[in-house]
Design a protein around this ligand. Structure first.
Ligand code: LLP
Length: 418
């Protein structure tokens, strides 16, 4: 549904009464639709789909995921704890982390699975849990992401055990009598589908090397089109050659490998909206720019500043006849004292201002930013300029809106200061 259609006057009135702005709105029906598609990922010998909770870890979202029968990919001990507190079964959680906490053993004893992401992590796991099974995250030697910042494979990436260190892995497994049960690779977000497919084959080659492995986790990273000119990866289509390779592998070796995928973006990106309001309009004279200042900013949405990411933006006039206003060009900025708090950078160049055209905008108009379900609320410069963490709401399939996270208060923001 187009943004202005979804955010009709009735929904905006509900939102104003419930949460005010800025605030996130997540469309529950859209999240459920995406998880249903995920479950159909081709896998000849079984599939366990997971949700990369780092994309949007609010409890209400995790509950929907659990109801859909989807497991969890956690990226820190804190995320594991958060998922458990949200009622996720420990066996449904897999931890792949850059920082393995000193007390990680408590999660493993509960049933959480670990993908060791470095040789030292594998050794620490072996010391604490000898004679057990473990997963191993490899860097397959190849990566691909929408930008260099979201590419997490290849020699310039620190994620996972470098694929040529197989002997070191085998030696640690032998030293602690560990059994490798899963190979994990994740090469980036917004990956090129053809690189992803090549990596899937490289990952299967690693499965071949470790003959105890029963499942292969191919990570996330599936592109979704936020803007009209972007192309989404067809999740089911890119999986087909991988499924064929798994079948051929089974015929050759007798090993029926189970598949796991763990997207975040695919599940929630286009199910989320950031609703804010125009709180000021300024211009820098002839030859300059006309700026819209929102009452949100990098404190809610960092992706444009960090990646020059493009998000769909609609302005909805406060007054009913506002769409008759003449069109003008606007650069949209956030409320932080930081020229990098830019909502409309030029594509692929975060330093350059780009403008968008809207019917003349007035202070108080609504601004709805789409594609904001993944890595927006979860990944922001929260509390910068002492702006409080924003509210989140869930649009239920029956059209009701419920508050799932209150706006933080200044008292809460200060509560740990001594
Ligand atoms: N699995 C692992 C091990 C990951 O590190 C990630 C993302 C995912 C799965 C999910 O990737 P997704 O399907 O969401 O692309 N903040 C960036 C993306 C970086 C995410 C890092 N890891 C963004 O705003 O697009």
């Amino acid at each position: 549904m187009e943004i202005p259609e979804l955010f009709n006057a009735a929904l905006l009135a509900k939102l104003e009464a419930l949460a005010g702005t800025p605030c996130f709105v997540y469309d529950e029906a859209a999240i459920r639709r995406q998880t249903e598609t995920m479950k159909q990922f081709p896998a000849p010998f079984g599939l366990f789909p997971r949700y990369a909770m780092k994309a949007c870890p609010t409890r209400a979202i995790l509950s929907i995921i659990a109801e859909q029968g989807i497991g969890i990919d956690a990226s820190s001990g804190f995320e594991v704890d958060r998922a458990l507190r949200a009622g996720i079964e420990p066996e449904a959680i897999s931890l792949s982390t850059q920082e393995l906490p000193a007390d990680f053993g408590q999660w493993i004893r509960k049933g959480v699975k670990l993908n060791a992401c470095s040789l030292s992590q594998l050794r620490r796991y072996g010391q604490e849990f000898p004679n057990t099974k473990v997963g191993i995250r490899f860097n397959p030697g190849l990566g691909s992401g929408g930008t260099a910042k979201t590419n997490v494979g290849g020699p310039s990436s620190s994620f996972g055990i470098w694929h040529e260190q197989k002997e070191e892995v085998a030696a640690i497994l032998a030293e602690f009598n560990l059994t490798a049960e899963r190979i994990h690779t994740h090469i980036g977000s917004g990956s090129d589908p053809s690189v992803w497919q090549r990596t899937a084959h490289l990952s299967l080659a690693l499965v071949r090397e470790f003959d105890t492995v029963e499942s292969l986790n191919l990570g996330g990273g599936y592109k979704v089109a936020r803007m009209p000119d972007e192309v989404s990866t067809d999740l089911l289509k890119i999986g087909e050659p991988v499924a064929a390779a798994l079948t051929a592998f089974a015929e050759e070796t007798g090993r029926k490998i189970r598949l796991e995928i763990e997207p975040g973006t695919f599940v929630v990106a286009n199910a989320g909206y950031l609703v804010s309001q125009v709180q000021d309009i300024v211009n820098t004279g002839p030859g300059g720019h006309q700026f819209i200042k929102l009452n949100s900013g990098m404190t809610e949405l960092l992706r444009p500043s960090l990646y020059a990411a493009q998000h769909p933006i609609s302005i909805i006039p406060r007054d009913a006849d506002g769409s008759d206003r003449p069109k003008e060009q606007y650069v949209i900025v956030g409320h932080c004292c930081e020229s990098g708090d830019l909502v409309t950078p030029a594509p692929e160049d975060g330093e350059t201002l780009a403008s968008r055209e809207f019917p003349r905008v007035e202070i108080g108009d609504w601004c709805i930013i789409g594609g904001a379900g993944a890595y927006c609320s979860a990944m922001s410069t929260k509390n910068y300029n002492s702006f409080p963490e924003t509210a989140e709401t869930l649009l239920n399939p029956n059209g009701d809106l419920s508050l799932i996270r209150r706006r933080q208060t200044l008292d809460q923001l200060l509560s740990n200061e001594i």
